[in-house]
Design a protein around this ligand. Structure first.
Ligand code: MN3
Length: 199
């Protein structure tokens, strides 16, 4: 069985950038629903229920076709949110560390990286995620639709932003750009470095 991971901070700790109500609904309703639906999708597959979620999403060809889309949607939803939560922490406008250095070298400045990443997030049509992934020591920005995981296409993520409306609608309504700006105030660059070292 899969379980909701513990949230590493309180619902209000990202205020005012991400409000407490959004955090609570996002975590206890949306993420929980992905966990529940993943468990019910796999209820007749005890061998798959024992695997870890990364393993399932990296090897979609081994999932029976009848439940594969369920694993992509609900397993991806579970893993993407589990990966997202620890990446959030108020940074007081500071950005530093190993990954930031590489980003500045690649994009010319932190502002240039922010612009490109934000543009990908703004222009993502419908629901999905924007990612920073590591590809042979090179950092790339990619986008996935719905709850598709970058692991399923052989990518190694180190940072992500949830751009589903449920992630920002209560506070920002249709102003996705304001939510993206706020996200940059709560990127936990220490966690990004940790993810980078673990690749
Ligand atoms: Mn979400």
């Amino acid at each position: 069985m899969f379980n909701l991971p513990k949230l590493p901070y309180s619902y209000n700790s990202l205020e005012p950038f991400i409000d407490a109500q959004t955090m609570e609904v996002h975590y206890t309703k949306h993420h929980q629903a992905y966990v529940d639906k993943l468990n019910s999708t796999l209820q007749n597959y005890p061998d798959l229920l024992k695997k870890n979620i990364q393993d399932l999403l990296q090897n979609l060809d081994k999932i029976p076709p009848g439940i594969r889309q369920g694993v992509i949607n609900f397993g991806g939803g579970h893993l993407n949110h589990s990966f997202f939560w620890p990446l959030l922490k108020k940074n007081n406008g500071r950005y530093e560390g190993q990954v930031v250095k590489i980003l500045i070298k690649k994009f010319g400045s932190f502002a240039a990286f922010k612009e490109v990443f934000s543009q990908r997030a703004v222009s993502l049509f419908g629901s999905g995620w924007v990612w920073l992934v590591v590809d042979n020591n090179n950092l790339e920005i990619i986008v996935t639709n719905n709850q598709d995981s970058p692991l399923s296409i052989g990518q190694k993520p180190i940072l992500t932003l949830d751009v589903w409306e449920h992630a920002y609608y209560l506070k920002y309504q249709n102003r996705r750009i304001d939510y993206i700006k706020a996200f940059f105030e709560v990127i936990n660059w220490k966690q990004v470095d940790k993810n980078f070292r673990a690749v």
